[in-house]
Write a protein that binds this ligand. Structure first.
Ligand SMILES: [Zn+2]
Length: 395
């Protein structure tokens, strides 16, 4: 029982709490990203807005937020987008990868097949230790990506080992990767894909296949894919890409998209795309569902550079800016459930923000065959907010 004095003390404390409520409503934010052109395709916004962040979450997206903030990021003249989500990366190969791509605005990434069952523990440790939201596709080959082709010996595609590794790492493994090129899988491409599906089935996980110069044609590969699976390196040149001998997108490929297979760009450095295939497919309206870099720390000085550079290649092909951003944010977030609350500046979402600059000028872009094309615009990473905290910029 409370005595009278204790009652009054409690009541006074309650009154003090009530008195503080109006102050709480006028609370300062942690960060305001001020005056930028907010482009968030998930919300249909393309307008000058301020973005307020508090407690690691997006608190408001409005014109002229006048409240105080601990930190202000001046985004005038810049683009403010949801944090970028890169669904085909190799950022987890080293512990330097995740913080390095974060500087490019990549607040979420999927390491696609660097690790197989033998090494997945290492990959899991890296993504869990990294600052951004990292997830893994386990390579169906127990070795992960390996020189000489990890699937040349099909016994490396060990379903039992893959399942065991997934079961140990359900929190970070979001799918399975199978690289099907002739120089990776030889004549075993279809069998490797069958085994990837077998390993994925008990966990209901998607499979991402890497195509291009495979032994088998797309018409044999695509029937082995299920709704929600992903084809990366979609613009890989012949043999056995998405175009027929006359440069038309195969009907099988169009049908696969209609039944819910995703098609991802996957920039990479060798054999994964040339301008001719991109141009032909884009002219037929066969654009990527998502962009991705196939990036690793060693590809910063190659044609990949960073995710905004990869996105800029599609500005060059005439894709509107908001559609370019959609393919690096909300579209990516829909493919893997782990990213469902990312790729958006919706109030309440984790505060992942990419501040980019769209520069006008003359910019040279390269394909995987040293082919160059010149664009008039390029996106550059300027600042990143990750989980409500500003990322310190490059020295
Ligand atoms: Zn890759």
């Amino acid at each position: 029982m409370m005595n009278r004095r204790q009652f009054f003390q409690t009541a006074a404390a309650g009154a003090a709490m009530l008195a503080s409520v109006p102050r709480a409503f006028a609370a300062t934010y942690d960060i305001i990203v001020k005056g930028g052109r907010v482009i968030d395709p998930s919300l249909g916004i393309d307008a000058i807005r301020d973005v307020a962040i508090a407690g690691g979450r997006i608190a408001a997206v409005e014109a002229n937020i006048t409240a105080d903030a601990t930190e202000t990021i001046d985004a005038r003249g810049k683009i403010v987008a949801p944090g970028l989500v890169d669904i085909h990366s190799h950022a987890a190969r080293t512990k330097e990868g995740p913080p390095l791509c974060l500087l490019d605005g990549v607040t979420g990434f999927v390491d696609a097949g660097s690790f197989g069952a033998d090494s997945i523990d290492d990959g899991a440790a890296i993504v869990k230790g990294g600052p951004n939201l990292g997830r893994l596709l386990i390579n169906i080959a127990r070795t992960g990506v390996a020189p000489g082709g990890e699937l040349m010996d099909i016994s490396r595609a060990d379903v039992g080992l893959a399942r065991g590794a997934i079961a140990r790492h359900r929190d970070v493994v979001v799918g399975i990767k199978a690289r099907l090129s002739n120089n990776v899988a030889g004549t075993g491409d279809l069998e490797a894909l069958r085994r990837a599906q077998e390993a994925a089935a008990p966990f209901d996980l998607p499979v991402m296949i890497h195509i291009g110069q495979s032994y088998s044609p797309m018409r044999a590969i695509l029937p082995l894919l299920k709704r929600g699976d992903i084809v990366t390196h979609m613009y890989a040149p012949a043999p056995n890409g998405i175009l027929d001998d006359n440069g038309r997108v195969f009907p099988d490929v169009l049908a696969a998209r209609r039944r819910g297979i995703w098609f991802d760009f996957g920039n990479g450095v060798a054999d994964h795309f040339n301008w001719d295939v991109v141009e032909r497919a884009m002219k037929q309206g066969f654009a990527p569902d998502t962009f991705s870099t196939d990036w690793s720390t060693t590809s910063r000085t190659t044609g990949v550079v960073d995710f905004p550079n990869v996105m800029s290649k599609f500005l060059m092909f005439g894709m509107p800016l908001d559609q370019v951003i959609a393919r690096a944010t909300v579209n990516a977030s829909r493919i893997f459930g782990a990213f469902n609350d990312r790729g958006t500046l919706n109030v309440g979402a984790p505060a992942d923000v990419a501040v980019l600059e769209l520069r006008e000028g003359t910019f040279e872009f390269v394909d995987n065959y040293k082919g160059t094309r010149t664009g008039k615009q390029r996106l550059f990473p300027i600042a990143t907010v990750n989980g409500g905290k500003r990322v310190p910029q490059r020295a």
